[in-house]
Design a protein around this ligand. Structure first.
Ligand code: ATP
Length: 327
């Protein structure tokens, strides 16, 4: 995957102290879906909003798209305040919802052309062709939506959201409930959009997806943003290398000649385990150093099992240790 550096400019979207409380239904208490959310999105970046079910992701998108009325806070997009200029802002946003009601007898070309018209953009056959080609839909332009595979249908939803040339695209759970092959296909399509320079906010509860696609990641849980950072920085700040050396003979104590910060002996004396590093490769150098020391001292081992903590481990840790992270 290509490295992608977003331009350092004014944010394309600025969310400040955003709150949303849904009134309770019947006897149920009100639900605080968004709690004091601050977020800035940079032009040209792919931002992944990562959180479990019910974290508030869809509510946040809804608030920016004018579908959900916040109970507090402000949203500025493209330098305008959503409260006063929501129509102008909405015209510059593309939304790919989790599911969309479409007329299954419509053709691909008609569906996408119609979406452009919805935002008052003049008809532009050339532009529609470009969008359809970028998403590999041009050959299917005359097919009715009902004839398409699940993957193609999802691409049509993206094409519809892109038809009016939005500056900011929301993808709400783009690969929820799809198989692995389709997920990889979607990732490829999102990469195409990255090349086109579209700013993208995608929501996901798949760590792998955030890890694969995003430049920056925000972690949200129970309506609160726990952390926002460059993906690489998150790994560096919280990542860890873990390496286990399976020893040929038991050891009672770690000899001073191989002692290394982060190195520990298992209870049965049959494994040496190293935990440390910054999750950005630094730990692997320490593992190599330990391996060299073992060789130098003639201490035999049959295997080394090395793993870097994934964003998944980090996410679990964040949600578990929230007070520590929030501090
Ligand atoms: N219209 C509504 N009325 C009442 N409560 C709602 C409404 N919409 C969402 N909620 C509640 O607000 C909270 C946040 O929901 P939201 O759909 O934003 O989360 P999410 O992170 O998008 O979840 P998912 O990944 O399951 O789509 C949840 O507790 C949800 O039950």
């Amino acid at each position: 995957m290509k490295a992608h550096i977003a331009a350092v400019t004014d944010p394309i979207l600025k969310i400040t102290c955003l709150d949303k409380t849904y009134p309770g239904r019947g006897a149920a208490p009100p639900v605080k879906a968004l709690d004091n959310v601050d977020l800035e999105i940079r032009k040209g970046e792919i931002f992944a909003l990562l959180g479990p079910n019910g974290a508030g992701k869809t509510t946040l998108i809804g608030a920016v798209c004018g579908l959900v009325r916040p109970t507090g806070g402000t949203i500025e997009a493209f330098g305008m305040d959503l409260k006063h200029e929501w129509r102008k802002i909405r015209a510059r946003i593309g939304l790919v919802p989790q599911e969309m009601a479409v007329d299954i007898f419509e053709t691909v070309h008609h569906a996408v052309t119609y979406s452009r018209g919805l935002f008052g953009r003049p008809a532009d056959g050339k532009r529609i062709e470009e969008v359809l080609r970028a998403l590999s839909l041009w050959d299917k332009r005359d097919s009715q939506l009902r004839m398409l595979s699940g993957g193609m249908k999802r691409r049509v939803l993206i094409a519809k959201a892109l038809a009016h040339d939005p500056d900011l695209l929301f993808l709400d759970e783009p690969t929820a409930g799809v198989d692995v092959e389709l997920r990889r296909d979607m990732w490829k399509q999102i990469d195409v959009l990255r090349e086109l320079g579209v700013t993208i906010i995608l929501t996901t509860h798949y760590i792998e997806e955030a890890e694969e696609m995003a430049d920056r990641v925000g972690v949200i849980d129970k309506g609160r943003i726990l952390l926002v950072d460059d993906k690489a920085s998150i790994m560096t700040r919280l990542g860890r290398t873990e390496a286990s050396f399976a020893l040929n003979a038991p050891m009672t104590v770690i000899p001073a000649s191989i002692a290394h910060e982060g190195l520990a002996l298992s209870d049965d004396g049959m494994a040496l385990t190293f935990r440390g590093g910054d999750g950005a490769g630094g730990g692997k150098e320490a593992v190599a150093e330990v391996a060299q020391r073992l060789a130098r001292e003639g201490i035999g081992y049959s295997a080394i099992d090395v793993r870097e903590s994934s964003l998944e481990d980090i996410f679990v840790k964040l949600v578990e240790d929230r007070p520590e992270i929030a501090a």
